[in-house]
Design a protein around this ligand. Structure first.
Ligand SMILES: *[C@@H]1O[C@H](CO)[C@@H](O)[C@H](O)[C@H]1NC(C)=O
Ligand SMILES: *[C@@H]1O[C@H](CO)[C@@H](O)[C@H](O)[C@H]1NC(C)=O
Length: 203
């Protein structure tokens, strides 16, 4: 009986984990706490939602919808494409590599909120995070190359807590193409991401 209960609980936990993953299947580290991403009047309502190049051309507003006080520190926001073809001439021949589209430090809760509309029409307050920084890597909108067959690119957004005076230069970040998150996190003493979300853009 005890065994049965334990495995039932494990299954429930697994299902809940899958349902609330805010990072793509197989992405490590998995993040379950949601970062709200708002591009103008369109927000990423469900993780992995399809967006267009035009919609995502400008840096989004980021925030949280669960509590205005749950993030009291200073944060680093990153957006990383997971699907850059390693072989541009023949994308299906090579593997895929990453490209860092944004890394911006100094985010804090702004104390303000903005309202987004849920798919059922319900309004929801998003407590925004703002930063006066534009780097170390300024936002570059998605421009996935056309491929046959079409290949959606996954843009993973992650929020890391940092020390208040955290500073990293563009040179320390290095090449944006092939950006190695594991290495960067270890080299800069960051922990696990506190928030995440992702969307797709197809050429
Ligand atoms: C959003 O901000 C406004 C203006 O500061 C405030 O009056 C309102 O209570 C806030 N809404 C929520 C849900 O916190
Ligand atoms: C990223 O860096 C880690 C740690 O150095 C290494 O194990 C891993 O293979 C690297 N990933 C890629 C895709 O190069």
């Amino acid at each position: 009986m005890f065994k049965l209960l334990t495995s039932a609980a494990a299954i429930l936990l697994t299902v809940a984990g899958l349902a609330s993953a805010q990072t793509p299947p197989g992405f490590s580290p998995e993040v379950t706490a949601r970062l709200e991403i708002i591009f103008g009047t369109k927000s990423v309502m469900t993780p992995g939602q399809s967006m267009t190049k035009a919609e995502t051309a400008k840096q989004p507003t980021v925030g949280i919808s669960d509590s205005p006080t749950s993030l009291s520190g200073t944060y680093l926001w990153m957006m990383i494409d997971q699907d850059v073809p390693a072989n541009f001439q023949n994308p299906s021949a090579g593997g895929r590599r990453t490209n860092l589209h944004a890394m911006i430090s100094g985010f804090k809760m702004s104390g303000a909120n903005t309202t987004i509309t849920m798919s059922d029409g319900t309004p929801m307050a998003v407590y925004t995070l703002t930063s006066t920084a534009t780097g170390p890597v300024a936002y570059v909108g998605p421009v996935p190359p056309a491929e046959t067959p079409a290949h959606p690119h996954r843009y993973v957004n992650l929020l890391y807590e940092t020390p208040k005076d955290f500073a990293v230069t563009k040179a320390q970040v290095g090449q944006t193409l092939g950006f190695n998150l594991t290495q960067f996190v270890a080299a800069n003493g960051l922990g696990l991401p506190v928030r995440g979300n992702w969307f797709n853009v197809t050429a």
